[in-house]
Design a protein around this ligand. Structure first.
Ligand SMILES: C[C@@](CO)(OP(=O)(O)O)[C@H](O)COP(=O)(O)OP(=O)(O)OC[C@H]1O[C@@H](n2ccc(N)nc2=O)[C@H](O)[C@@H]1O
Ligand SMILES: Nc1ncnc2c1ncn2[C@@H]1O[C@H](COP(=O)(O)OP(=O)(O)O)[C@@H](O)[C@H]1O
Length: 295
């Protein structure tokens, strides 16, 4: 095998996100629930004759050397060298990027996670799922979740993950047309950092009991993001007329859950043309994990 093509890197939504504290290194302690949705970037990996890791697609705004896919590939290449004493071959990585950057959909982290999973296979490197999650964490707090690959209740900085059941839904997502730098939200003096911790069973029970589309808890980052980025506030306000709308992650995207595709379509048709809007469905499992497991 010298290539792996059509590898999806799906987006995530944070169904709720509470900031419960701050670590001595400045990183924030969170509680959040991640779901994967069926809207994805797509990556192709082709082995090279030399040792170079190259991104062969231009990604506006992200220089090749800073791209998380290049950094993830190099990290795994060095890890394989450390373990085996032999450097695996280089790779050309092509990407069809459709997820907006700074959108709170975790696109960059998902691209990096897909890179780690695909190259672990292509290089026959044999790292376990947990080893890949640990390797990816320093590159981005969301990377372990994408490698975990199923709906999760997360704590710590997002790396302590437990599987959790949430009913499948259709989501309408609005891209408000701004990029929100994650650090600008976490460093704000207006951020609430002391939300009391919840227990996972409270979260699970909410989704077992409630049939009305209401979400659990809140997104503590939303108040700061809407203050700094008015288009996010406008999108939340518009979508809130159609259901329980909230921001995902540190923004900018805003979403709302629906029981059926026609309900989602009805809202999608009305989205003002200044914004990009789309629908997506819950993914129970990361499609690359399914593919590698042969189902
Ligand atoms: C907020 C979340 C929720 O899923 O997602 P996004 O909206 O960014 O997708 C994540 O925790 C984001 O993860 P990620 O986007 O990987 O953030 P990183 O690159 O690790 O961190 C960017 C910066 O945000 C701050 N940061 C990030 C995570 C965290 N728990 N506490 C922090 O204080 C730090 O200043 C860090 O330098
Ligand atoms: N492959 C990549 N895709 C997207 N962003 C990347 C990538 N590599 C590096 N980045 C950087 O990471 C930042 C956050 O991107 P992204 O993960 O898409 O947003 P978010 O964390 O809000 O979901 C981008 O603004 C960009 O500078």
């Amino acid at each position: 095998m010298n290539s792996l093509t059509h590898c999806p890197a799906p987006a995530k939504l944070n169904l709720f996100l509470h900031v419960t504290g701050r670590r001595p290194d400045g990183y924030h302690l969170l509680q959040t629930a991640f779901v994967l949705i069926d809207r994805a970037d797509t990556l192709d990996f082709t082995l090279r004759d030399d040792e170079a890791i190259r991104r062969v697609t231009d990604v506006p705004g992200v220089p090749e050397e800073q791209d998380l896919i290049v950094r993830a590939a190099r990290l795994l290449q060095q890890e394989v060298l450390r373990r085996t004493g032999a450097l695996p071959p280089g790779v050309d990585i092509a990407i069809d990027k459709i997820l907006p950057m700074g959108g709170g959909l975790g696109g960059g982290s998902s691209d990096a996670a897909t890179t780690l999973m695909a190259l672990n296979r292509l290089w026959d490197a044999g790292l376990t799922q947990q080893e890949l999650m640990d390797l990816g964490l320093p590159l981005g707090a969301d990377i372990p979740f994408f490698i975990f690959g199923e709906t999760a209740f997360a704590e710590g900085v997002g790396e302590a993950l437990r599987p959790v059941a949430v009913p499948a839904r259709w989501y309408v997502v609005i891209e408000p047309g701004v990029q929100v730098p994650t650090a600008s939200i976490f460093t704000s003096e207006h951020l609430t950092r002391n939300t009391p911790p919840v227990i996972m069973s409270d979260f699970s029970r909410h989704y077992a009991d409630s049939q009305d589309g209401r979400q659990f808890g809140r997104n503590d980052l939303q108040q700061v993001a809407t203050r700094l980025f008015p288009p996010v506030a406008e999108a939340v306000e518009w979508l809130a007329a159609h259901g329980d709308a909230r921001m995902t992650g540190s923004g900018a995207c805003v979403f709302c859950a629906f029981h059926s595709e026609p309900e989602a379509d009805a809202v999608l048709q009305q989205i003002p043309s200044i914004w990009k809007g789309w629908k997506a469905r819950t993914l129970e499992k990361h499609p690359l994990l399914r593919r590698f497991a042969g189902n």
